[in-house]
Design a binder for this molecule. Structure first.
Ligand SMILES: Cc1cc2nc3c(=O)[nH]c(=O)nc-3n(C[C@H](O)[C@H](O)[C@H](O)COP(=O)(O)OP(=O)(O)OC[C@H]3O[C@@H](n4cnc5c(N)ncnc54)[C@H](O)[C@@H]3O)c2cc1C
Ligand SMILES: NC(=O)c1ccc[n+]([C@@H]2O[C@H](COP(=O)([O-])OP(=O)(O)OC[C@H]3O[C@@H](n4cnc5c(N)ncnc54)[C@H](O)[C@@H]3O)[C@@H](O)[C@H]2O)c1
Length: 472
């Protein structure tokens, strides 16, 4: 599908996972598309987030599995240099040519530069050489600019040049002493990975009372136990009130709210994200630029009345997860095609974002969840019944490891007898999440689920335990 000079049916700003898929889906529907990217095609996910962090965590996971079995022995500590070298391979040495090729093969036009809205259906792109090119969209502009790390306003913190995910995931060397601020997904994953790779003195400052506070409480408890067993110093109810680094390459000192000072080689900030809406020209089309772009169920920006502007991925704030951004992009691309071609019927609408997206935290233990937690379900006034099981009682757990520790919890809607949510925490459980996702999304009646016989001896027998405990 060719384009017509600088006019395209669809212009996508941002070539992260969400932007790439929105463009691909529009092209698949017969439209032309241009994708504008300022930095690297593939986005945060491919170079500074999901992919490198998982490359750093995989050996940690494997080492934990090996340690769980007598007869297998690690020959020494994990070889950090080898892991970092493999991480470099996995992120293609920060070379995005493969990803650009993927976009061009859709086919879509790749435009390198910073995109900015310049009125309805117009995008100005400032290229690496400073030249400005104006692109015109016939049907839609999709904002897929992602999010940036949020650095809290702790005195001295910015001046101390803290690591965010962007420095931590591509680090060339692992600091011996590390302070991590934040006990969410990034803080937990990176603290565990870097500690195992040589940050022997790792301290986590968690301002609340638990890790992963959006998950069921037992998830954070099991993870905190594991981190502490490994030697990570997890401090709850603690914040940094001041941070200082006197010399460029010198140590950094975190002053805590209890008067304690911690000296470290690096301080990492993992305190959440901010939608990337700065200097995007949103004001030229009447969209507020003070937070995520609000969208409807087809990812169309609610502030643009005639409906040509869309926002997918982190920038709409619905779910800061790659797979959810890509899901939104499939819906968005299809909706653009349906509207552009005047296809009959309603375009596909978002039904997964609000039901509780599936998520895995790739730590040891793995933390997997989908749907509502117990407290969310109760707050929503749903008729809730909870069933839990100790995963160590599943036959396969004895085969998996000595001293297997894990737990599973399901939330049942007692009136409809369907699953509202599930949380599974333990070693080697992440691939079990999709069964729960199917049960929650497809609203499989428990009486049908009962006939999905789990294989012996696999960890999936926890389903049998849960359904028997429920009374089936
Ligand atoms: C450390 C870490 C680990 C993570 N691990 C996981 C995980 O395991 N699984 C998971 O599902 N999620 C994970 N996430 C979340 C995931 O990275 C994001 O949800 C995902 O990257 C969002 O995709 P996106 O396409 O919306 O944005 P991004 O990936 O941020 O891509 C946006 C792109 O837009 C470009 N851009 C921005 N502004 C402009 C502009 N004006 N003009 C042109 N281009 C622009 C940027 O350069 C970037 O390439 C992780 C996040 C972090 C920080
Ligand atoms: N495996 C995965 O799926 C994965 C991994 C990493 C990140 N992510 C995504 O990336 C997003 C960002 O992750 P994140 O960990 O940065 O954010 P988060 O929202 O998960 O956690 C932020 C943490 O920082 C704390 N915090 C916030 N402000 C603070 C302050 N001023 N001082 C001290 N602590 C403060 C919060 O209490 C919380 O514990 C998440 O929403 C998640 O969806 C996903």
């Amino acid at each position: 599908m060719g384009d017509d000079g600088d006019a395209f049916d669809v212009i996508v700003i941002g070539a992260g996972p969400a932007g790439e898929i929105a463009a691909a889906r529009a092209v698949r529907g017969g439209l032309t598309a241009a994708v504008v990217e300022e930095r690297l095609a593939g986005g945060e996910c491919a170079y500074y987030a999901c992919i490198p962090s998982k490359a750093l965590l995989r050996p940690v996971d494997l080492a934990a599995e090996v340690r769980g079995l007598p007869g297998l022995e690690l020959r020494g500590p994990i070889d950090a240099a080898a892991v970092l070298a493999r991480r470099d391979e996995v992120v293609s040495h920060l070379d995005d040519s493969g990803q650009v090729r993927w976009i061009e093969d859709r086919p879509a036009t790749f435009v390198r530069g910073r995109g900015r809205l310049a009125g309805p259906l117009r995008v100005e792109v400032t290229g690496p050489d400073g030249d400005v090119r104006t692109l015109q969209a016939r049907h839609a502009v999709v904002v897929a600019t992602g999010s940036d790390p949020l650095v809290p306003g702790v005195p001295g913190l910015r001046e101390a040049r803290p690591w965010t995910n962007r420095e931590a995931t591509v680090a060339e060397q692992v600091p011996k002493r590390l302070v991590v601020i934040g006990g969410g997904a990034v803080g937990c994953e990176m603290a565990q990975a870097l500690h195992a790779l040589g940050a022997l003195e790792t301290t986590m400052l968690v301002r609340g009372g638990r890790l992963l506070s959006r998950f069921e409480p037992f998830a954070g408890e099991l993870l905190a136990d594991s981190l502490r067993r490994d030697g990570v110093d997890v401090r709850f109810g603690r914040s940094a009130v001041r941070v200082e680094r006197a010399f460029l390459d010198g140590p950094v000192t975190a002053h805590l709210d209890d008067g304690v000072q911690i000296e470290a080689d690096e301080v990492m900030v993992a305190t959440g994200r901010r939608a990337a809406v700065v200097d995007l020209g949103l004001e030229t089309v009447g969209v507020p630029a003070d937070g995520p772009i609000e969208v409807d169920a087809t990812m169309r920006a609610t502030a643009v009345p005639d409906g040509w502007l869309y926002a997918v991925g982190d920038v709409n704030g619905l779910n800061l997860l790659t797979h959810m951004g890509k899901y939104q992009s499939r819906l968005c691309g299809d909706a653009i095609v349906a509207r552009a071609r005047d296809l009959p019927g309603e375009p596909a609408r978002d039904t997964a974002d609000h039901a509780g997206a599936p998520q895995v935290i790739f730590t040891d233990p793995q933390v997997c969840a989908v749907g509502l937690t117990e407290s969310q379900a109760r707050e929503a006034g749903l008729p809730v019944r909870v069933v839990e099981d100790d995963l160590a009682t599943v036959s396969a757990a004895r085969l998996q490891a000595d001293d297997y520790r894990g737990r599973v919890k399901i939330i049942v809607d007692e009136e409809r007898r369907v699953l509202l949510g599930a949380t599974i925490v333990g070693p080697a459980v992440l691939d079990h999440l999709h069964a729960a996702t199917i049960a929650v999304t497809a609203e499989v009646p428990l009486d049908r689920l009962w006939h999905a016989v789990p294989v012996f001896p696999t960890m999936s027998e926890f389903w049998l335990h849960l359904l028997e405990a429920y009374g089936l």
